[in-house]
Ligand binder design. Structure first.
Ligand SMILES: Cc1ncc(COP(=O)(O)O)c(C=O)c1O
Length: 388
C-alpha cells in the first residue's frame, strides 16, 4: 500500500464541511453589525437568529432564545462556573461536584472555585469511565450548588447516563450542567431528556468554524456574563456578533442534524473495523472506554511496551494523524488524567492512542492504519526495556 495522508483526530477538531466553507466565504460580505437597526443590520440579525434556531433544534431545545453564542466550549463552561461563583457568594449553597475525567477547562474552572473557598468534589469513574451513581448520590446534598458532568469524554468516548444523573441532581435541588462539546453532532442530544439546566457546545467539533460555540441555559437558570459590555445575547455575552462564525455554526448544525443517523452508522462501522483489525494484528493491546455506551467515532487503545509519543510520531511519519490523550494535553508528558481515573496504570496510560474517526473517514484509511500499526508497535516493543 502506498503512503497517504489519513486524518484520525476528529475529536481534536474537524475540517470545515465544503458546504459550510462555501457559505462562509459568501457570508464574509455580510459585514453589517447584527445589532444595527438599519436594513443591513436587521438582515444580518435575521441570519444569526436562524442559526440559533438550527443549533437549538440540534439539541432539542424548544426555545432558541435559550441558546447563547459564545467563542466555544471553554468559554461556555467558564460562563457556567463564573455564574456559580456569583450565586455561591450570595447564597447558602456553594458545593460544586464534577468528575475526574472532565476536560481541563472544567477541571481548571472547578479548581478556581475551590481556591475561592467553594467545596469542590471530583467524582471517581469506574473502569469504563462511567460516573458511579452511588458516589454521586452520597456526594449531593442541600449545600450542592452545581453538578457538572460531561456528556461524552473526549479521550475515551464514554457516554454518561445523564438522565439518571439529572434525577439525582434535581432531587437535591442543585443545578445540572453538562459539557456536551464531544456529543453534539455525534449522538442524539436532547436537553429535556438529559434534564440539564446548562449545556455546552462547540462548533469546531461538528465540521464548522473554530472560535464559535454555544451555551444552553434552561428558562429560570441564572446566568452571569463572563464578558460584560453591550446588550448582545440579552446581556449574557457582550461583543459584536461573529456573523460568519455563527452563520457557519447554524449550517453545520443543520447538516449534522440531517445526517446524524448516517454519521453514527458510518463512523461506528469504521471504528469497529479499526478496533477488530488492530486487536487482530497487535497482541496484548487493551481497548479503553465503555464497550457499548461510547461515541461511535472514538477508539482509545493502550499498547503495552510502547510509548504513546513514539507511536504517534511513527504513525505521523506514515501520514497518519492521531492523538495521545486529548490534543490540549499533548506536549505534556503527564499521563492522561482520564485513563488514570479509569484505573489504567501510568505506564500503560503513556502507551495509549486515541483514534477518532469522522464523516470523511473511509475503509481504505482504516485498513491503511491497521497495516501500519502492527509493524510500528512490534518495532517499538523490540526497543523497549519495559516487560509487558
Ligand atoms: C470535552 C471538551 N470540552 C471542551 C472543549 C473546549 O472547546 P473549545 O475548543 O471550543 O474551547 C473541548 C475541546 O477539545 C472538549 O473536547
Amino acid at each position: 500500500m502506498e503512503s497517504r495522508l489519513v486524518y484520525m483526530d476528529y475529536n481534536a477538531t474537524t475540517p470545515l464541511r465544503p458546504e459550510v466553507k462555501t457559505q462562509m466565504i459568501q457570508d464574509l460580505e455580510v459585514f453589517a453589525n447584527a445589532s444595527s437597526m438599519h436594513e443591513a443590520g436587521r438582515r444580518a440579525r435575521s441570519r444569526v437568529e436562524s442559526a440559533r434556531a438550527s443549533v437549538a433544534k440540534l439539541i432539542g431545545a424548544r426555545d432558541p432564545e435559550r441558546v447563547i453564542f459564545t467563542s466555544g466550549g471553554s468559554e461556555s463552561n467558564n460562563t457556567v462556573f463564573a455564574t456559580m461563583f456569583h450565586l455561591g457568594r450570595k447564597g447558602s449553597r456553594r458545593g460544586i461536584i464534577t468528575t475526574k475525567i472532565e476536560h481541563p477547562c472544567v477541571l481548571n474552572a472547578a479548581a478556581w472555585l475551590e481556591a475561592e473557598g467553594f467545596p469542590v468534589t471530583f467524582l471517581d469513574v469506574d473502569e469504563y469511565g462511567m460516573v458511579k451513581l452511588d458516589q454521586l448520590r452520597a456526594a449531593v446534598g442541600p449545600d450542592t450548588l452545581l453538578v457538572s458532568v460531561m456528556a461524552a469524554n473526549n479521550e475515551i468516548g464514554t457516554v454518561q447516563d445523564l438522565a439518571a444523573i439529572s434525577k439525582i441532581v434535581k432531587a437535591a435541588g442543585a443545578f445540572f450542567h453538562s459539557d456536551a462539546t464531544q456529543s453534539v453532532g455525534k449522538i442524539p442530544v436532547s436537553v429535556d431528556e438529559w434534564g440539564v439546566d446548562y449545556m455546552t457546545m462547540s462548533c469546531h467539533k461538528l465540521y464548522g468554524p473554530k472560535g464559535v460555540g454555544g451555551l444552553y441555559a434552561r428558562e429560570g437558570a441564572p446566568l452571569e456574563p463572563l464578558i460584560r459590555g453591550g446588550h448582545q445575547e440579552h446581556g449574557f455575552r457582550a461583543g459584536t456578533y461573529n456573523n460568519q462564525g455563527i452563520m457557519g455554526f447554524g449550517l453545520a448544525a443543520e447538516l449534522a442534524n440531517a445526517e446524524l443517523d448516517a454519521y453514527m452508522q458510518k463512523t461506528g462501522a469504521l471504528r469497529n473495523r479499526l478496533r477488530d483489525g488492530i486487536l487482530a494484528s497487535v497482541p496484548k493491546c487493551k481497548v479503553n472506554g465503555h464497550p457499548v455506551s461510547v461515541l461511535p467515532n472514538t477508539l482509545n487503545i493502550s499498547f503495552p511496551g510502547a510509548e504513546g509519543e513514539a507511536i504517534l510520531l511513527s504513525l505521523d511519519l506514515e501520514g497518519i494523524r492521531v492523538s495521545t490523550g486529548s490534543a490540549c494535553a499533548s506536549g505534556s508528558l503527564e499521563p492522561s488524567h482520564v485513563l488514570l481515573a479509569t484505573g489504567v496504570g501510568p505506564e500503560l496510560a503513556h502507551g495509549s492512542i486515541r483514534f477518532s474517526l469522522g464523516r470523511d473517514s473511509t475503509e481504505e484509511e482504516v485498513d491503511y492504519v491497521i497495516s501500519k500499526i502492527g509493524p510500528i508497535i512490534a518495532r517499538l516493543r523490540k526497543m523497549s526495556t519495559v516487560a509487558f
